[in-house]
Design a protein. Structure first.
Length: 497
């Protein structure tokens, strides 16, 4: 359902919320098999319409067809992965404490706890991943797997794709026997904000800019009944390189760096915005040579282009910032911008004094090479200048595995959700162990939007005490009809405590 008319916005929002509430009653009771079938049918339906969807996405976003096909496949994999999660049932974290009159702290009642869906979820879709972080993306997949109906606020950067994807996925969910309106779509910005504040909505997810994400998070927190708001707000993803690593493989490292910055025109939340190298490192020729092979690429939309042009101008205006490679920037007749990557360098002390003009994220193919003096405490630098990121990467030389490096790795783990020892942060594996989140300002709250742990954002714990078997939810009954894993504390166990 799409909210469009300002004159009846309140009525439309209430209707969307009511439909989601009605869907929740059925979806939360659906068996794991039915819910998993819905997710798999949605994945299959997206594949059936791949040619149409990819063509539409290419026109609206300018992203390359190969990139979009890979992203669509990732979206299908996410849906199927969560189908396995639902069937396995471990995500429910079922815990049973048998009644025990001899419990060490006094008689213990029969206690049965599990995680349950929070209720309807609003998902604010991203611009830079029109499949994987949009209508049928990871946030939607995780919420549906948890048993929560989803209302997607479509991103204005790809409206046709959003509408078509929503119809395809919603139809597949209904074919599996899930309730009507398990997935709904709104396009109006005010409708999205009003739904965030609607009492029927119990959680929200967002991927986008820090400014918008913080505004929405504040609205969610200011409700009479505050709700969880899981916002991914961007990241600069610093990469730290030791002198030994550069001595061993400088050309390979610098070529990989340029490729990571330039992919999809730098419009990735994991793009390395900073490369920290020892003072005196020779990098200009390698960076320029690698960047020369990068073709011109369109930015997602004119608004992204405006922000990129403004932020690059701010960084270049700082005294002490040196241009290593000046990229191109042009507008076509439609106002779309076409770019090639820009790289600049700055001494560490200049970066400290430059503040937000250089430290803030530049969304696009722009990155800063930071030269640090010998003996610099890199852990302290990260804590001071880069305290909250999705990723931090460390390139070390062979044999650099001593106490100093171990302490540095620990410090990086306090400032990022994913720490890479080698490699590049662009490219996020859709796997159970992935963490795609990090300390503020990267995200508004602890959690991940990629991997199976993402389902936890849309669940809440409930304990039933001394409940008759007939009144217990299926996973908590003695006969365990859903066959989910359970942790049992039997009578008499406390004698060992």
């Amino acid at each position: 359902m799409t909210a469009t008319a300002a004159s009846d916005l309140d009525r439309t929002v209430d209707d969307v919320a009511r439909r989601a509430t009605e869907a929740f009653a059925g979806l939360s009771r659906a068996t794991p098999a039915t819910r998993a079938d819905g997710l798999r049918r949605a994945a299959a339906a997206l594949g059936d319409h791949a040619d149409e969807l990819v063509a539409t996405a290419h026109v609206e976003t300018g992203l390359a067809e190969a990139r979009l096909r890979g992203e669509l496949k990732r979206t299908q994999v996410q849906l199927r992965l969560f189908a396995h999660v639902v069937e396995d049932g471990a995500y429910l974290d079922v815990r049973l404490d048998e009644a025990d009159p001899d419990f060490v702290l006094g008689p213990r009642p029969d206690l049965r706890r599990a995680l349950w869906p929070v209720g309807p979820v609003v998902n604010f879709a991203a611009s830079n991943f029109p499949f994987a972080f949009s209508v049928a993306g990871g946030d939607t997949a995780a919420a549906l797997a948890a048993g929560c109906p989803v209302i997607v606020k479509a991103h204005p950067g790809h409206p046709w794709l959003s509408e078509r994807t929503a119809r395809i996925v919603a139809g597949a969910l209904v074919e599996a026997g899930l309730p009507e309106d398990t997935l709904q779509l709104v396009t109006d910005q005010d409708a999205g904000v009003d739904l965030l504040e609607h009492p029927a909505v119990r959680a929200a997810a967002f991927t986008g800019s820090q400014r918008v994400g913080q505004l929405l998070a504040a609205r969610a927190a200011a409700r009479p009944d505050p709700i969880p708001f899981f916002g991914e707000l961007g990241s600069v993803n610093p990469v730290l390189v030791s002198a030994a690593a550069l001595e061993e493989r400088a050309d390979v490292l610098l070529t990989g760096y340029v490729a990571s910055v330039s992919g999809s025109a730098g419009q990735l939340c994991t793009k390395p915005g900073f490369l920290l190298v020892p003072e005196g490192t020779a990098y200009d020729d390698a960076v320029v040579a690698a960047a020369a092979d990068v073709p011109e690429h369109r930015l997602l939309n004119p608004s992204i282009a405006d922000g990129y042009e403004r932020r690059v101008g701010q960084a270049l205006a700082v005294d002490g910032v040196r241009v290593v490679r000046s990229g191109g920037f042009r507008r076509d007749a439609d106002g779309q911008a076409w770019v090639t990557p820009t790289f600049v360098s700055v001494p560490l002390d200049v970066l400290r004094g430059a503040g937000d003009a250089v430290l803030d994220e530049v969304f696009g193919p722009f990155s800063v090479i930071v030269e640090y003096p010998a003996g610099t405490d890199l852990a302290a630098v990260v804590g001071e200048l880069f305290p909250g990121n999705l990723t931090l990467t460390l390139h070390l030389g062979a044999g650099e595995t001593g106490a100093e490096q171990s302490a540095l790795v620990g410090a990086l783990g306090r400032c990022a959700g994913r720490v890479l020892l080698g490699g590049w942060p662009t490219g996020v594996a859709v796997t159970p162990a992935m963490q795609h989140g990090g300390p503020s300002p990267a995200t508004t709250t602890d959690g991940t939007s990629v991997g199976t742990a993402a389902i936890g954002r849309f669940l809440r714990g409930v304990t039933f005490q001394d409940a008759p078997q007939e009144l217990l939810p299926a996973p908590l009954r003695d006969d365990n009809p859903w066959d989910v894993p359970r942790t049992v504390s039997p009578r008499g166990a406390s004698a060992e405590w």
